[in-house]
Design a protein. Structure first.
Length: 269
């Protein structure tokens, strides 16, 4: 009788944890809808090419970075990882297994966000040319924050942190879709769902409306399959909320995509 009671108690605990996980996913989806539905996420922009570009025009400190400034700040921050900082040098470092990598596995860290850093009232006007860039290095699973000067094209400060997972960008969400589509178990289901609603083939993540959130392994505690996502937090992992334009949702709520390892796991079943 004692063993049966113990087993029953353990099963009840697992069910409660499973319910909490499902409620968490549901609340996250509700938050997405309340926050504007399926509006696409902004990205910080892509690294510039080797071609020379005009210097960014620096706006006043009180304003936001322009799109041109954001692109330039990201380029400076990404180039800082390689000396000299050309795309060809970064590619050579990637081929050797060295250097920072982005979500697609290419050279250079993944740009997440750019913004103008706060400035003390006593600071000189020179700080108006500064931008703070957040990057994620998939080679080392590190969040990098670099402060760059848009006038001098130099990095003024750089800090690395492990285990910190900001919200994913649209570029990362699209990489997550690619991981699902490449999965022989999950890919056919996503393609079939899209085809049944549109009558067309799903060939690119750009055909989907995406929202995403970072996922930590601690959220899956007590849920079936939790071991598969135990490294999430140390690794860059995301959950997706996927919709066919003008159509219904494609249920991906129990899929966790580990972008660092390029694999997907189904949990909570």
């Amino acid at each position: 009788m004692t063993d049966n009671a113990t087993d029953k108690g353990a099963a009840d605990t697992r069910r409660r944890r499973h319910r909490r996980w499902r409620v968490s996913a549901a609340l996250a989806l509700t938050a997405v809808l309340a926050g504007g539905g399926i509006a696409a996420l902004r990205t910080a922009g892509s690294p510039a090419s080797d071609a020379s570009e005009p210097a960014a025009v620096v706006t006043s400190h009180s304003g936001r970075l322009t799109s041109e400034e954001s692109r330039e700040a990201s380029r400076i921050a990404i180039d800082a990882a390689t000396k000299p900082g050309t795309a060809k040098d970064r590619q050579k470092a990637t081929e050797k297994g060295d250097g920072e990598r982005n979500a697609a596995g290419g050279s250079g860290a993944e740009p997440l966000d750019t913004r103008r850093p706060p400035r003390a009232e006593s600071a000189s006007s020179d700080t108006d040319s500064r931008a703070e860039v957040q990057l994620y290095d998939y080679a080392s699973d590190t969040l990098i924050t670099r402060v760059v000067d848009l006038r001098s094209k130099k990095v003024l400060d750089s800090v690395r942190r492990h285990g910190v997972q900001p919200p994913p960008t649209l570029a990362e969400a699209r990489e997550a879709v690619k991981v699902i589509l490449a999965d022989r178990r999950l890919g056919p289901g996503m393609r079939e769902s899209y085809a049944s609603q549109t009558g067309k083939r799903l060939t690119s993540p750009a055909q989907l409306r995406l929202q995403s959130m970072s996922f930590l392994g601690s959220r899956a505690e007590g849920v079936d399959g939790a071991r598969k996502v135990s490294r999430c937090g140390e690794h860059r992992c995301v959950q997706l909320f996927v919709r066919v334009p003008g159509g219904k949702w494609i249920d991906t709520s129990r899929i966790v995509i580990d972008l660092s390892a390029r694999r997907a796991a189904v949990i909570g079943l």
